[in-house]
Design a protein around this ligand. Structure first.
Ligand code: ATP
Ligand code: MG
Length: 401
C-alpha cells in the first residue's frame, strides 16, 4: 500500500501523510513534573501524538513514570539532543536551559517549538528586557553591569534599593541580590563573581501576578485570565485564580501578555510573570518559554489545561478555551526542610480538592514534589477557599518512609 502511494505521490508528501495518519513523535527536553503533565496531556491525544520521548538526567524521571521513553543525559548534552531530534518529529521543552545553539543547528532536521531564536532571547534576562523595551512593553528600569564602577554609577542614578541579577541560569531567586546599602556592593559582586550581570530598580509591588499565554504555529493567540502568585522564600507557595485585582488591571495585564506573544513569535505556552505596582501599573518581570507552575490550576479550573494548550499550539491545532470555569487555588507541596530521602506519599479525600504528586522518589528540602488544586465549585468565595487551603495544607505531612 505504502509502495503504491509512494509511486504516485512525491516522497515528502507521503511522509507528511504518514505522520498525519500515525501521529507525531514528541520530544521534550526535561522530564520533571512539567514534562510529566505534558506527557499525560499527550497520552490523551493519541491521534496527534503516537509516542513521547524525554531527555532528562535523572533515571526514572516523573515523565517516564507516565509512559514517556527516556534518554538519560544532561539537558545540554549535544549528542543526546541530536539523538532526540533524530527520533522525534517535533521537539519542545519543559525547562529553558536547553542549549539554544545546538537546537538552532537541528532546526532543519526537526520542528522545534518554541523556536531556538525565541529561547535565546528569553535565556538572557538582559536581552529579554532589551527586547521587551524595544517593543514598548513595560518593565522595571534596568542596565547591564560590567564593573564595580558601573554598578556604583547606576545605583547613583536609580537610587537604593536595587536588585543585582545574573543574566542567565537563575531560578528560585538564586540569581538575585538585593542591595539596600552601598556597603553591600563588594559582597554582591563577590557572590556573582565571573557571571554576566545586570541591575534593576527595585519594584515596590503590591502583587505578583502572571498570565499563561499561548500562540499556535498558525499565529492564533489566547491568554488565560490573570492569576495572583504568593511566594515564600522565593518559591511559589500558591496561585490564586483569578487575581484579586480590579478589571482594569487584569485586562491591562492580559493585553500586555497578548502583545508580548505577538512580538515574540514563539509557538507554545509561555508563563509571563508580572508585578502590579502600588500605583496599579503592570510591569513584566520575566517570561518562561514553557508551561508554568502558576498555570497548574488550569488542570481543574478550565476546559483546556495549559499542558493540552501547549500541545495544541505546537501542533498547529486550534487553541482550546481559556475561560476560567471555577475559581481555584493551587498550593505547592514542597519537601520539608528537615530531611532528604524516601517519603510516604500523602493522600487527600476531600470534595473539590485535587492532589497531584509528581512521583519523585526522594524528598529534598524545598523541592516541589506535588500540588493541590482547591476548586470553588460551590461558590464559597475566595476568603473561604483560602481558609480551606490553610486547613488542607496543614494536614499534609511529608514524612520519611
Ligand atoms: P523564578 O523564581 O521564577 O525561578 P528567577 O530566579 O529567575 O525566577 P526572578 O523571577 O527574576 O528570579 O525573581 C525572583 C523574585 O524576586 C520575583 O518573584 C520577585 O519577588 C523578586 N523580584 C525580581 N525582580 C524584582 C524587582 N525588580 N523588584 C522587586 N522584586 C523583584
Ligand atoms: Mg521568576
Amino acid at each position: 500500500m505504502v509502495f503504491l502511494i509512494v509511486s504516485i505521490f512525491p516522497k515528502l508528501f507521503v511522509i507528511e501523510l504518514l505522520f498525519f495518519i500515525m501521529g507525531k513523535i514528541l520530544g521534550i527536553i526535561g522530564g520533571g513534573q512539567l514534562g510529566m503533565m505534558l506527557t499525560e496531556a499527550a497520552n490523551n491525544m493519541p491521534t496527534e501524538i503516537s509516542n513521547i520521548i524525554v531527555l532528562d538526567p535523572t533515571k526514572n524521571c516523573p515523565a517516564s513514570k507516565v509512559g514517556a521513553e527516556q534518554i538519560v543525559a544532561d539537558f545540554k548534552n549535544a549528542s543526546a539532543i541530536k539523538e532526540l531530534a533524530d527520533k522525534c518529529d517535533i521537539i519542545t521543552y519543559e525547562i529553558e536551559s536547553g542549549d539554544s545553539q545546538v537546537l538552532k543547528s537541528l532546526e532543519q532536521t526537526c520542528e522545534i517549538n518554541p523556536s531556538p531564536e525565541t529561547l535565546e532571547i528569553i535565556q538572557d534576562k538582559l536581552i529579554q528586557k532589551k527586547f521587551l523595551t524595544k517593543n514598548d512593553i513595560p518593565v522595571a528600569e534596568f542596565r547591564e553591569i560590567t564593573s564595580k564602577e558601573e554598578l556604583e554609577s547606576k545605583i547613583n542614578e536609580f537610587g537604593l534599593p536595587v536588585l543585582l541579577k545574573t543574566r542567565t541560569g537563575a531560578y528560585d531567586g538564586r540569581g538575585n541580590f538585593k542591595i539596600s546599602d552601598l556597603d553591600q556592593i563588594p559582597e554582591a559582586l563577590e557572590v556573582f563573581e565571573g557571571q554576566s550581570l545586570m541591575i534593576e530598580k527595585f519594584v515596590d509591588f503590591k502583587m505578583e501576578v502572571s498570565v499563561i499565554a499561548s500562540r499556535s504555529t498558525s499565529g492564533e493567540i489566547k491568554t488565560y485570565p490573570l492569576v495572583e502568585n504568593i511566594h515564600k522564600d522565593n518559591i511559589l507557595n500558591m496561585t490564586i485564580a483569578p487575581a484579586r485585582v480590579n478589571k482594569i488591571i487584569s485586562k491591562n495585564a492580559e493585553k500586555i501578555a497578548h502583545k508580548t506573544m505577538e512580538v515574540l513569535c514563539g509557538a507554545g505556552v509561555f508563563g509571563i510573570e508580572m508585578f502590579v505596582t502600588n500605583d496599579s501599573q503592570v510591569l513584566i518581570n520575566e517570561i518562561a518559554p514553557r508551561v508554568h507552575n502558576s498555570g497548574h490550576h488550569t488542570l481543574q479550573s478550565s476546559e483546556t489545561s495549559q499542558f493540552e494548550q501547549h500541545l495544541r499550539a505546537i501542533l498547529g491545532l486550534e487553541l482550546g478555551s481559556t475561560e476560567l470555569i471555577h475559581n481555584t487555588i493551587m498550593y505547592n507541596i514542597l519537601g520539608p526542610r528537615d530531611f532528604t530521602g524516601l517519603y510516604k506519599s500523602p493522600s487527600i479525600d476531600l470534595e473539590n480538592t485535587f492532589l497531584k504528586m509528581y512521583g519523585k522518589l526522594e524528598s529534598k528540602p524545598q523541592r516541589k514534589i506535588g500540588h493541590i488544586n482547591l476548586v470553588d465549585k460551590d461558590d464559597l468565595g475566595m476568603d473561604q477557599l483560602l481558609e480551606r487551603v490553610n486547613i488542607v495544607s496543614n494536614s499534609i505531612k511529608i514524612i520519611p518512609e
